[in-house]
Design a binder for this molecule. Structure first.
Ligand code: PAF
Length: 287
């Protein structure tokens, strides 16, 4: 396994692979890896085969954090990540420094961004208006540096995956976007690097997310179609039972277009964001 830290070295290597017709699978991450990330690595390996290359990037992208968010606190542990990658058969870790991705030369600083203008305005975009432009910009740059045939994203970030798919289609990136299922702890909590912020009591209270999804799922699968307003109220009531939890949003939408649905039937996607203490967690499920 190699670690590449400069954009130019990564692109050189990727071009060499391209010339040699080597298949490349890519897993973009912000590091502090957990079993969810490793399942994406396994999916990438499965897709490119034993002779392909699997690249995992580790980059805590400043452009997708608002000034009030947790950029400086975001958990980092490169040595641990590298060990996990080695044991999963990753070929290359691409871990660029901040200056590599966003040159800050006086008078010639980085000034180009990629903006998806529809899907990124909904849900997460309402709460975090600058988040997705950071994500699409860095993912576009990473695609240009790693030149993957396949990129694997996690379904926990459902809206992110939809936006990246749209960007790939709209800008003709020759990349196949694959979305792999959310990995959960045994008690149902979706795996996330941010779970590390939770103390013991908050960790218990964080279960309101998966409980709310399950409650709605059972309700919709059992009975007549429910209204989004009704399900929203039931979700809010459940979240309110956890003293340190605060519902940011809950949404019911078409999984392809992300268009909000007023009448909720099986097959509609539900997503929610909840602050538990100061930690903002997201989760989603198909009802
Ligand atoms: O999902 C993430 O970890 C990040 O948003 C991504 C896709 C690596 C871009 O920084």
């Amino acid at each position: 396994m190699r670690t590449v830290t400069t954009a130019s070295a990564m692109q050189r290597l990727a071009k060499r692979w391209q010339r040699g017709r080597v298949r490349v699978g890519f897993v973009p991450t912000m590091g502090f890896l957990h079993a969810g990330h490793l399942s994406l690595v396994r999916r990438a390996r499965q897709l490119v085969g034993p002779h392909g290359r699997v690249v995992l990037s580790i980059y805590v992208n400043p452009l997708q954090f608002a000034p009030t968010e947790d950029l400086s606190a975001y958990p980092r542990d490169f040595e641990r990540d590298a060990k996990l990658c080695r044991s999963e058969g990753v070929d290359v870790i691409f871990a660029p420094g901040p200056e590599e991705m966003y040159p800050a030369e006086p008078g010639a600083a980085f000034s180009t961004v990629v903006v998806e203008e529809q899907l990124s305005k909904l849900m997460e975009g309402e709460s975090r208006p600058t988040h997705f432009r950071g994500v699409t910009t860095v993912v576009a740059k990473l695609f240009n540096l790693v030149l993957p045939e396949i990129a694997v994203f996690g379904a926990k970030d459902f809206q992110q995956a939809a936006i990246i798919r749209r960007m790939v289609r709209d800008l003709n990136f020759p990349v196949k976007v694959v979305v792999a299922p959310t990995r959960r702890e045994q008690d149902g909590l979706a795996m996330s690097s941010r779970n590390k912020y939770l103390d013991e009591s908050q960790r218990q209270q964080a279960l309101v997310l998966s409980r709310a999804l399950r409650q709605a799922q059972e309700r919709v699968r059992k009975g007549a179609p429910a209204s989004a307003a009704q399900l929203r109220a039931e979700t809010a009531a459940l979240v309110a039972l956890a003293p340190q939890a605060r519902l940011d949003y809950v949404a019911f939408f078409d999984p392809e277009t992300l268009a909000p649905m007023q009448e909720v039937r099986p097959g509609v996607q539900m997503a929610l964001a909840v602050f538990v203490g100061r930690t903002r967690l997201i989760d989603n499920v198909k009802l």
